[in-house]
Design a protein around this ligand. Structure first.
Ligand code: NAP
Length: 286
């Protein structure tokens, strides 16, 4: 098992072989996540639509993908036979059945599996498909719908070329990082549940904003764009949050007064405890 805790720079992305860009992708389970990935991959130009096949049992919800030129099907075997890369995006309880169904058609020298199924460990997948198929496990979040996901990835029995390809794929859909598989539950909490945590923070700001005079619509815009800008400052300048806070906090000013009051009320502590509680829940219950 190889662990690769690194992100890929643009230089490395450019080194992906042109032939890789002609690889065909099957998305098994074109639900919320599967369809969003398909949209993002088409929109970004990462794949030609006709090189993408998306399956689900009831395909009428995939009409928009069909109109963009992607293939849609209710036949997983057909999709596996068509594609090189197989993205598994069904619900956890559906995974084993789907894997067993396509198992006779999986070829280790051709296929690579990428599972985004929450809680499905590589060994769970290997129990069905065996040891020879390269497998990636990935944990994206719902911002994948607008190509702004944070995706944590783990690689098992994969080549460097496959790592480059899967990194490029998820970088079309946001940002990605390789992690050890034992951190996947933590990645689920910080990256996927984290979207809900951030939303609740923004909602609280909107509520406060309305109380100090803004309409709901204006408060929503200000709160969301301010959080987006704060996040971009960290991502683009690679600074620590406290460095950026220092720039806003004038001595005896209103920012530090507000921040300190939030901390007296347990702001950071409640967030940390929320993250840890989610983690304990995922580890103990799932
Ligand atoms: N949503 C997220 O933010 C998120 C983030 C990280 C990971 N995940 C994981 O991603 C997976 C998908 O989540 P989701 O929110 O997209 O769920 P979802 O909307 O329910 O999508 C699952 C899809 O699988 C299809 N399906 C079921 N059985 C199938 C079969 N035998 N063959 C082909 N397709 C089949 C279903 O459509 P039919 O009923 O028409 O077949 C459904 O559209 C889950 O395992 C989840 O844990 C989700």
């Amino acid at each position: 098992m190889d662990h690769r805790p690194w992100t890929m720079d643009h230089e490395a992305q450019r080194s992906i072989k042109a032939t890789d860009m002609n690889k065909k992708i099957a998305i098994i389970g074109g639900g919320n996540l599967g369809a969003a990935m398909a949209e993002g991959l088409i929109k970004s130009g990462f794949i030609q639509p006709e090189h993408l096949i998306v399956t689900k049992r009831n395909t009428h919800t995939l009409q928009h993908l069909k109109e963009q030129g992607a293939l849609v099907s209710n036949n997983n075997v057909e999709a596996v036979q068509y594609a090189d890369w197989i993205l598994l995006a069904v619900k956890p309880f559906q995974l084993k059945e789907v894997l067993s169904q396509v198992l006779p058609y999986l070829q280790p020298e051709k296929h690579v599996l990428v599972s985004v199924v929450t809680g499905a460990w590589v060994n769970d997948i290997r129990e069905v498909v065996g040891d020879t198929i390269p497998i990636f496990r990935a944990m994206p979040n719902t911002a994948i719908a607008i190509q702004e996901s944070m995706t944590c990835i783990y690689a098992s029995a994969t080549t460097d070329e496959q790592v480059l390809y899967v990194t490029a794929l998820f970088n079309q859909l946001g940002k990605s990082v390789f992690i050890e598989e034992k951190l996947m539950d933590a990645a689920t909490v910080l990256g996927a549940c984290g979207t809900a945590f951030a939303m609740r923070y923004i909602r609280a700001n909107i509520q406060g904003g309305i109380e100090i005079g803004f309409s709901a619509a204006t408060a929503s815009l200000i709160a969301a764009q301010t959080v987006k800008g704060a996040a971009e400052l960290l991502l683009q300048k690679n600074t620590h949050p406290e460095q950026e806070i220092d720039k806003v906090t004038t001595p005896k000013g209103c920012t530090i007064a507000g921040l300190n009051e939030m901390e007296h009320q347990g702001f950071s502590s409640s967030l940390i405890r929320g993250v840890v509680t989610s983690y304990k829940k995922i580890v103990n219950d799932m």
